[in-house]
Design a protein around this ligand. Structure first.
Ligand code: T5A
Ligand code: NA
Length: 213
């Protein structure tokens, strides 16, 4: 049964996908679009590289430091927890958050290294759950052909294939597959009505739930 409506709030929308699937491009476009329609909206991204933990993560991703696989997984998770209260405050005050990666990336990328799925999910339990997860689906081979691929730690074809298979296991009721092989404007045209609808639903008081739904 539908949960009772709560107070009006902003929507929490996450874009997920392999490296170079076009998340950042779509997040920026969505926020500009929402603002142009008078909707209060902000672009967020994880990892948030600006915090102390984020700087450790950035150094690891650039292969400037080595970290134990379990330790870095917990750092990525802690980097979400440290933003939790601000995230919840923004949503409560009516700001819609369009977020580039979240806990789904956290689980898919660490599980792809061979760590147990349930262990990967555990530190995410209790974080705010997104209202919608929009998965930008692209074959790893096609992502590879896009600019800049291959500079960061995880940007290897074989690894991205395993990540894609781990994402498959994370599908839940909030998840929607989006064909991301098309041009940026075509992908944007598919995303806008989905986001518009969720902004309305949350304005009407869709209760915020917790991971994992
Ligand atoms: N990670 C992350 C974890 O292991 N655990 C975690 O908990 C989290 C949160 C960094 C890495 O960290 C891992 C996952 C990642 O490996 P990141 O900083 O988000 O994560 O890095 P990327 O995902 O690689 O982000 P990118 O910015 O590189 O890729 P995007 O955002 O998917 O793609 P975008 O929009 O920047 O576009 C990439 C290129 O393609 C072009 C763009 O112009 C650009 O050159 N492009 C298109 N070309 C053709 N058609 C389109 N539709 C296009 N859209 C964009
Ligand atoms: Na990357």
């Amino acid at each position: 049964a539908e949960a009772e409506a709560g107070p009006s709030r902003g929507a929490f929308i996450v874009l997920e996908g392999l490296d170079r699937s076009g998340k950042s491009t779509q997040v920026q476009k969505l926020v500009e679009y929402l603002k142009s329609r008078g909707v209060e909206a902000e672009a967020w991204r994880f990892p948030d590289r600006t915090t102390a933990m984020g700087k450790m993560i950035a150094s690891y991703l650039d292969s400037k430091s080595e970290l134990d696989d379990c330790a870095v997984h917990l750092l990525f998770s802690a980097n979400r927890w440290e933003k939790r209260s601000l995230m919840e405050a923004k949503l409560r005050e009516g700001t819609t958050l369009i977020v580039d990666r979240y806990s789904y990336s956290g689980v898919a990328f660490t599980a792809a290294k061979g760590l147990p799925f349930d262990w990967c999910k555990a530190p995410e339990v209790g974080l705010p759950a997104p209202d919608a997860v929009l998965y930008l689906q692209i074959p790893p081979e096609a992502a590879l052909e896009r600019g800049g691929y291959g500079e960061e730690r995880y940007e290897k074809l074989d690894f991205q294939r395993v990540v894609a298979s781990k994402y498959e296991q994370l599908r839940d009721a909030t998840w929607q597959d989006i064909d991301a092989r098309k041009g940026p404007d075509e992908v944007q045209a598919v995303l806008r009505p989905i986001v518009d609808r969720m902004v309305q639903t949350c304005k009407q008081g869709r209760p915020l739930s917790r991971l994992w739904p």
